[in-house]
Structures are given as C-alpha cells and as structure tokens.
Write a protein that binds this ligand. Sequence first.
Ligand code: SAH
Length: 352
Amino acid sequence: MSLRALLMTRIAQTGPLSLADYMAECLLHPDYGYYTTAAPFGEDGDFTTAPEISQMFGEVLGLCLAQAWMDQGSPHPFTLAELGPGRGTLMADVLRATRHVPHFRDGAQIILVEASKSLQDKQRRLLSTNSVTHCASVESLPDQPLFLIANEFFDALPIRQFTRTERHWRETQIGVVADALTRGLGPELPQPVLAARHSETRPGDVTEFAPSAAPIMQEIGRRISDFGGAGLIIDYGDWRSLGDTFQAVRNHEPVDPLATPGEADLTAHVDFEALAMATPCQTSRLTPQGIFLERLGITQRAQSLAAGLRGSALESHIAAHRRLTHPDEMGNLFKVMGLSPEGGTPPPGLDT
Ligand code: SAH
C-alpha cells in the first residue's frame, strides 16, 4: 500500500479532504509520512534550513536567548525548548555557543518538541552528551520560565485554504478525478473564523490559516507571560496571509504538492499576524532575518571564523553568510518574531 492509495481509498469512502488533512497525512502519517520516514535535511536531502547552512545561525541565536535569560535575572531552573528541531543541529549549536554563559547550561531543562519518532532518535543521537527530553506537543512543557526557538516549524503546520466569493468563502479540497489526486473548491459557505478578513479581501482572493498554530502560540505565550522567558520564531512568511502559498519541495526543486504524497516537503508561508493575535505574551515587531542576524553580530562571528579558513572552505563560509543574511537570499524572505513577557524587554536584536 502507498500513501497515495491510502488517501484515494479514504476519499472514496468519506469524500474530499481539506488541505489540512492532506498535509497532516503527508507529513506525519506514522508509516508513510514525510517527516516520519524520510531524511529530508541538508545537501543530500530535499531542502536546506538555516542551521544546516552554517553553525553561525545557531550560535548567535543561542547567545540571543542566553542574553534574554540574563536580562530576566537568570531564572533557575528554566526550560530551553525547540519546536521541530529537525536533525538537532540548531540545538547543538545553541548549546555549544552558550557553554561558557555562567549557570545557563546547568539551569536549563532541554526539551525538544518533535512529532516524528525517527527524528527524535536522530536528535537524541546528535545531542547525546546532553540530557534532553522529548515531547510531542507544547502542552507537556513544564510550568516554569520558557526560552524557546522555532525555526521553520510553523511553516510545516497543516493549513486550510479559502478562496473568497462575493459573499462567503470556498475551501480548497483534495479529491480524486480520473484516478488522480486533484485540487478543487468546496461549496460556498460562511466562515466565521475568517470574519475579520472579509472587509479587506476581494472576490477571488485566497487566504490560508493553520488551525493548530493558535493553540501552540497560546500554550507557549501563557508560560512566557506567567513565568517569564523569551521566544524566537523564525520562518518565511509575512504579516497577514494573502495568496496561495502551499508548496512542495523535493531534491531542492519545487514540485506539484499532489504528485508524490509523503515524499516531498509540504509547507505554506507563515501568517505572523495570526501567531501574534493568538498569544497572550508580548510580540516584537516582525524583523527580516538578515537585519536580525546582523544586529546580533553575525558578521563579526563570520570574520572570526574566516580567519581560520582558506580556499574552498573560506569561499563556502562567505557564501553561507551571504545566504543567511542577504536580502536576495534568505535575509528578507525569512522573518523573526520575538516573544517576551508583557511590558518586558524583547529579545536582543528585536524591538516592539
Ligand atoms: N527546525 C529544523 C527543522 C524544520 S522542519 C531546522 O531548522 O532545520 C520541521 C520540523 O518540525 C521537523 O522536525 C518536523 O518533524 C517537525 N514537526 C512538524 N510538525 C510537527 C508537529 N505538529 N509537532 C511537532 N513537531 C512537528
């Protein structure tokens, strides 16, 4: 049985799937899901994320969180959490960069929120010299100060997608036509959850939202509000969702998201406004990744690493710095939103 066959049978039995149902099955089906079965990250995989491009990314983010922790009086114990850690590279870089920050490491309870068992194993292996705990959802995070990173996590959450009509909305659905998975539009219906979008969209406009994002923001924001802490959410997207951003990537190339269920990475741009609205803590101004990393001193770090490199190693190091920061590369497409307690100082590099 393949995931395609399984989805076709399900559609035949119970009707078309929402995009969210389709995405959830493709990414996290226990036997066939992309994150549960594949090895997606890095040059040999399907896509490369910022921590896989250079150790500098995790290093400056780690020091940013450690500074936020010191700014709040170095609370002890605290949770150092990452949502969707992939191979675990980012957390490994965070831990290495912060090892000399007094009491940071011994006060930290490291918790990785990861839905895929096979990625949990990979992360455990990479971080084996540290004591790390896994949980499958943010609800299990302890009630204590929370310092958290989420890089390219929210873009992997399943989305529902709607097309505006004159009066209401039609939801994108996945059905079967002529023995192929096919995208279509469901019936025209009012969507109370999109009420706020009606006045500023026009017929034909497409909007998306990730139903599971708000409860996650609620859970982490409550801990940061009640116990202190900080969050760094980094992803591609913008303030308010507009347009069809559902996409699939395989072998570093865009592909048809319906062509190979479970074998391509499926994502959508993150609607940061929706994340900010859902969280009870303070959110920073949305800041382009390039500007944020520059403010944190990535160029100084790059120069000091460059001093020990020659030839092609030096060239790829310079290219990695450019890739992370330049507006034509990831610098502008990726955005950072900081979380902090209401009225508190936002994490370094960000402002309210
Ligand atoms: N942050 C990593 C990987 C991003 S890919 C990096 O920057 O390299 C998305 C990650 O989120 C994967 O580890 C995936 O398994 C995990 N993930 C996706 N949906 C999830 C969910 N609902 N709950 C927990 N983890 C999830």
